[in-house]
Write a protein that binds this ligand. Sequence first.
Ligand SMILES: *Cc1c(COP(=O)(O)O)cnc(C)c1O
Length: 286
Amino acid sequence: MLRLQAEVAGRAGKEAGLFFPSGTQSNFAALMAHCARGVGQLAHTYKYEGGGAAVLGSIQPQPLEKIAAAIKPIDDHFARTRLLALENTIGGKVLPAGYVTEAVQLARDRGLSTHLDGARVFNVAVASGKRLAVLCEPFDSVSICFSKGLGAPLGSVLVGSKSLIDVAHRWRKVLGGGMRQAGVLAAACLYALDHNVERLADDHANAAHLAAGLESIAHVKVQSVATNMVFAQFPQEHCVPLEAWLKERGILTQMLCASRFVTHKDVSRGDIDTFLTEVKAYFAAH
Ligand SMILES: *Cc1c(COP(=O)(O)O)cnc(C)c1O
């Protein structure tokens, strides 16, 4: 576990790392470490744990004027705003580098700390060709997930300064995230780091392939494709029968009129072609 923490901190260009069982806990410990008690106005992390919008990918980066307006003036009547939290990728999309720079600068000018929910930051690294340390550099802390695209059974690592990680360590204990014989879990994350990062490019190519296939079906409207996520709209009246059609053919889905598809290491190009063939067959028959 110590090796994983040091390895991830090193790659991210930060002093220290801390292993958590989940990304939710890693983000939460970071927020508590930054804000002490009473988390104020947050960008996304706040909403994420409420589910919904971000999961469906409809949260867009807030305009900078909105961030500026959300920072409460220092006044005894108001909760103090302490932290700007961004997410990258968000809804599969890579945040424009200029946006990150300006948002972080704005936060610094107002004396705020900065946190990146980088659950999918390796997707950003692979899609943009930028090193992890470059992507993490603007932020005081970054939470990085090993169990999404990287395929480890569990685990997130929070990186930041030694003093911040010391405080997060205490919060991890409070949150019930202290682990004992965790080396075996950390070993899986180290394996993922060595074997499953570059291959994220395959997931991105597969997502583009899926989007192109869906786009060729008249009834389907692809809303966005970025890194490993595709968002597509299906006609409301077809969702239930299409889901049943696919289930009969061994493909389990939850078809919604706004559906999200995420590619990962256990979804092959062949799986995507099978799926596309069956969706096309359904629409040809209806
Ligand atoms: C998955 C995810 C989380 C939560 O991670 P868990 O390990 O499921 O708790 C937080 N933020 C983002 C961006 C995620 O993709």
